[in-house]
Design a protein. Structure first.
Length: 181
């Protein structure tokens, strides 16, 4: 998928500066971007990266001074998020059900249309809300709660313990690059 700077500006309804025919083929951070990548600057603490980025163009606020090709947005983060959906459309959800290689405790409560992937472990008293999707290797400990319409695309470890009226939660995440694991 590719779009020109002008096409993106028109689609978002924002002003732009730079070559209207500049072709952008993906999205990324200011630090990781290349000349065909659109990035964004929403937090002023990253403004120094604007001078060193290799990004083809950057979504930024109208008052940010730059000579870099850009899309001038009142809400750079929100508009960048919209563009992400063009370059990386949502992945279809797996069908509802529990994979045969998942372990779900009999006392766990699963909402409607829940999908539990392979090698997931759901502990006693855990509750998964309606339309929740857990991909491979997600661990939900005893009494863990995951609300409605939640998706987990990284390995998540959550363990909730209730001791004498005190609730403590331990959680850790390990993120994997797209397509890994």
């Amino acid at each position: 998928m590719q779009r020109t700077l002008k096409q993106l500006a028109d689609w978002l309804g924002v002003e732009f500066s730079g070559d209207p025919g500049l072709v952008l083929t993906g999205v990324g951070t200011l630090e990781s971007a290349d000349e065909h990548t659109l990035s964004f600057l929403a937090n002023p603490k990253y403004k120094d990266q604007l001078s060193t980025t290799r990004a083809g163009a950057v979504v930024l606020s109208p008052d940010t001074a730059t000579q870099h090709p850009c899309l001038r947005s009142k809400n750079p983060y929100a508009d960048f998020t919209k563009v992400v959906t063009l370059f990386a459309p949502p992945v279809p959800l797996p069908p509802a059900g529990v994979h045969p290689l998942a372990v779900v405790h009999p006392d766990a409560q699963l909402g409607d249309q829940v999908a539990v992937g392979p090698f997931c472990v759901i502990g006693a008293g855990a509750r998964l809300g309606d339309r929740t999707v857990l991909v491979a290797q997600v661990f939900g400990g005893e009494q863990a709660e995951i609300g409605d319409d939640q998706g987990r695309d990284e390995s998540v470890v959550a363990d909730v313990r209730r001791m004498e009226g005190v609730e403590a939660m331990h959680a850790a995440k390990k993120h994997f690059p797209a397509g890994a694991a």
